[in-house]
Every structure is written in C-alpha cells, then in structure tokens.
Write a new protein. Structure first.
Length: 313
C-alpha cells in the first residue's frame, strides 16, 4: 500500500469508527506511529477536517464524508463473500487487498444496510481446507440466509440421499442457524423440530421452502463461526483399489476417505460413512478397479444394485 492509498484508507477508517488513536491506525496499516503522525499532518494540510483529542485520538469533523457508493444489503453481502473467498484461497498479496476492500465497503455503508448485511454474513461460514469445485445447488441460499438473519423458522421437503433404498421425502421444520460451504457443498445448520437436535441438510436435497412467520430464539451458546459438528461417520469401510483410483483420491480427496494403506503390493482405501447407502454409488463408479473387503452389508448391497442393473438389460 503506497502513501496515497494509506491516506485514503485512514479517512475511510475514521469515517467508519469515529475515533482512533495513532497506535490503532499504526496497527491497522502495519506501520509506525511516527508515520501515522506524518500522514495525519498531510491529510490536515490537504483540507481534511481532522480533530485531535489528547488521550482519545483522531476523528473527522461531524458531517464530513467521501462521495458515497449506493449498495443494497444483498450487493454488500455479495461483495463480502467475494472478498472472503479471495482472502482464504488466493496468495498473501490478494489476502491483504481483500481485507482492505472489506474495510472500504464497511466504511461507506449506511448503518441500516450495514446491519442487514452483517446479519446475513453471520449466517454464513466458509470452511477452509477443502478443494474448491463447482458449487452444487444454491437456489435456496438467499432465502435460508434471510430466515437465519430474521430468526424465522423454515419448512421444506428433504429428499433421501442418492443410492438410498427409499425414495421417500420428509417434511422438516427447522430453526436455521446458518449455512456452511464445505468443498462444493452448501449445508444448512439448523435445529430440527422433528429430531429435536441440531442437524445438517444439503441444500441440493431441499425443495418447496416456506419462510414461516413463527420466529425462534437464538441459543446464547451457539456461534456459527465456532461451530464444528460432531463426526458421526461411524461405519468403517475397507476397499481394495487399483493405482488409477488411488491417484484420483490422492489428487481430489473424498469426504469419506480416512487414509490409503499400501502393503503387500495392494492399496486399501479406508473410509468412514454414516450410512451404507451413501457410499454405494461412489464405489459403483469406481468399477472393477475396486473390491469391498468390509463390511459385508455393503458387499450385499452392491450385489443387489449390480443385479438390478443386469436385469435392466
């Protein structure tokens, strides 16, 4: 950041936070207090109406503002999400630029828009450590975020996972706490009235969403940014795979994969799943390059699926 950019950013920070000490500004812009003193002198000489209070810091004269940019709450959220992606997944240079952009956006938002966008942002969490892919269905994302931000219940139809033995759908009413992006999947984190506990729902399996008038009370001890769901993948699956499948798993990973074991010339994929059904189609997709060693229930399920396929021909 050059001097001109820093001077503009200082004005934006003062516009956003009212009063800041020289040390506060030095910490924000990673420079020395002496440099901040020189910057404040330069701003004052350029006509910026600065007020200095001993022991309190610097502020702008009431009524002073930079030319405004008009943004709706949805536009502000879109920009925030974009800068969050940049900050998490690109290089260090772009991470600093993303932080700077967020500060500038925050400083020019009217209080009402700032509060609306902040409520929606708090209902979204991006999990690091996953390979970014094309997102799955995001049709309902805006409505879900609105429900979480306004503390209103949601009702929707939820379908069984692909490969399940049942094609039935269930109707759920939930208290939505927020949405989480992990890899390419958006997940709703919500208190399910049917199950009487916090559950996770894939957005791509949700349909017929209704935003209810009934509101809910946000739990005092819940913060989406700190929430980490308990790993409920209790079923251990061992599959002997060939080098081609192993290479794909090393490169792309898998939500279910625990580790790859290599011994006696064989490669064994160790996976954990919640239900047998959810891994059936994945293993079928690996073709003859994969042989399930355990559990036996999965071997039986695969034979049934293969027999059904043969019967279709």
């Amino acid at each position: 950041m050059n001097k001109t950019e820093r001077l503009m950013a200082i004005v934006l920070e003062l516009q956003r936070r009212s009063t800041l000490r020289a040390q506060d500004l030095a910490d924000i812009f990673e420079t020395s207090v002496r440099t901040i003193y020189r910057d404040m002198q330069a701003l004052s000489e350029s006509g910026v109406p600065l007020l200095g209070s001993p022991g309190q810091g610097y502020s702008l004269m009431e009524g002073y503002f930079l030319p405004p940019v008009s943004l709706t709450a949805d536009e502000a959220v879109a920009i925030w999400i974009g800068t969050d992606f940049v900050g998490r997944y690109l290089s260090a240079k772009y991470q600093k630029d993303a932080v700077s952009a967020r500060r500038k956006i925050q400083s020019i938002l009217p209080e009402s828009i700032h509060m609306q966008s902040a409520a929606v942002r708090e209902a979204m969490l991006l999990i690091e450590g996953h390979k970014l892919e094309k997102m799955d269905d995001t049709t309902h994302l805006q409505l879900i975020c609105e429900a979480a931000a306004t503390r209103r219940q949601l009702t929707f139809r939820y379908s069984k996972p692909s490969g399940s033995t049942s094609t039935d759908e269930s109707v759920r009413t939930v208290c939505p706490y927020g949405v989480v992006l992990t890899g390419s999947r958006w997940m709703l984190v919500a208190y399910c009235m049917m199950r009487q506990q916090i559950r996770h729902f894939r957005l791509s399996r949700m349909s017929n969403l209704i935003l209810e008038e009934k509101t809910f009370v946000w739990p005092e001890d819940f913060q989406l940014s700190r929430y980490r769901p308990e790993d409920d993948r209790k079923i251990l699956v061992r599959v002997r795979i060939d080098e081609g499948i192993a290479a794909r798993l090393r490169e792309d990973g898998s939500f279910y994969l625990e580790q790859l074991e290599e011994r006696d010339g064989e490669i064994i994929a160790i996976l954990r799943v919640r239900r047998i059904d959810e891994i059936v189609h994945t293993i079928l997709g690996w073709g003859q390059g994969a042989v399930v060693l355990e559990p036996n229930e999965l071997r039986i399920r695969l034979r049934q699926q293969l027999q059904n396929m043969l019967n279709s021909y």
